[in-house]
Design a binder for this molecule. Sequence first.
Ligand code: FAD
Length: 416
Amino acid sequence: MQQYDVVIVGGGHGGAAMATQLRQRGHAGTIAMLTAEPELPYERPPLSKDYLAGEKSFDRMLLRPPAFWAERNVEIRTGTRVTAVDPVAQLLATTAGPIGYTSMIWAGGGDARRLTCPGHDLAGLHAIRTRADVDALVRDLQHYSGAVLVIGGGYIGLESAAVLTKLGHKVTLFEALDRVLARVAGADLSRFYEAEHRAHGVVIETGMTVTEITGSAGRATGVTLGDGRHVAADVIIVGIGIVPAVQPLLAAGAQGGSVGTPGGVWVDDHCRTTLPGIFAIGDCALHANAFAGGAAIRLESVQNAADMAATVARTLTGDPAPYRAVPWFWSNQYDLRLQTMGLSMGHDATVLRGDPATRSFSLVYLKQGKVIALDCVNAARDYVQGKALVEQGVAVPIHALADTGTPLKAWHPSAG
Ligand code: FAD
């Protein structure tokens, strides 16, 4: 049986950052990264952006060249899935046999959430979570080039709608909630993005559920909607979030999310699960977030995966410090670069900086007078300067925030 000082489960953004950070901080022990996918760690964001558009090759998405891992003596075992965890024996059951560990970091991310309605298992339905997903989607689009339906108006649904519209496909998007981006952005931003997509020819229907996937000869040919209508489709993309990939950990007794929470595996402020010697990071880690008022959340972002990896690397190299990072995120749609700083949930006031008609503006979210988040559209300066306001919960008068003539850095605590 093989035995390692550190075993990382998952070779995505979190797993790659974990191994890199450990070596950067001088960890000299043996490290193995076990990943179910056949590829070395690669960037996921381009999957719904330039990789789907055919503008970025897979080679350019590798997070590091193969030699990087070899030089740092990180053993990456691709195509290896962990099926069970024994925290007492410090042993993993995997598709490649048993593997022992001293410390284990679970960076399993999540699997694309599937529909459960009738017809959900027909061919022609696509998720966008892995390279294999996008390759299959692109192959299908080459054969069935007509109407594309997108189910779900989150980042992935909107980004893929933007790419496919630009490629000349006729795209219709259905969102069950009353606005797109409802989980992650304020209502004004949702309306702006809905209008942008419509201006580019995407048909968007909000407040509309899909109740059935209809098909013939085993392949989806359309959907039935909550209002009884039937809409034909050649290709269907399902972008309705993820299911955290934590089942082996929960089966081993790790505390997971209770009812009403977003699922995942519970971690403390050092990313420790409730099982000894086992940490969890990235999309699957349910934690009390300081920038969400202490609410239990999971963050699905590259930055969070890297910051949590840094937290665990510090602990494992004898320099522990709690996780406390301002969340940030980005999304590219058409010529719009959206950059989000902080979490807007629970805001009680919104201030618009700039004019959306110019396609460069920011929305600043406040709670009890303090800045808690910014959504910046083609407004990198606000995004950069807003960080300190969010980080330190600075109180700024609303009329002052609306004045684009005054840069946000004027309100930095250090500005006096
Ligand atoms: P992942 O990167 O998902 O990696 C998890 C890995 O673990 C996978 O390879 C999986 O196969 C493997 N695994 C799971 N279970 C097991 C097991 N039992 N055994 C072995 N291996 C296992 N974030 C941004 O910040 N900005 C963006 O613009 C952005 N765009 C995105 C676009 C798309 C299409 C997608 C899918 C995501 C996007 N994200 C974006 C989110 C970002 O990619 C994730 O937050 C990030 O990848 C999380 O890293 P992770 O390591 O937690 O999980």
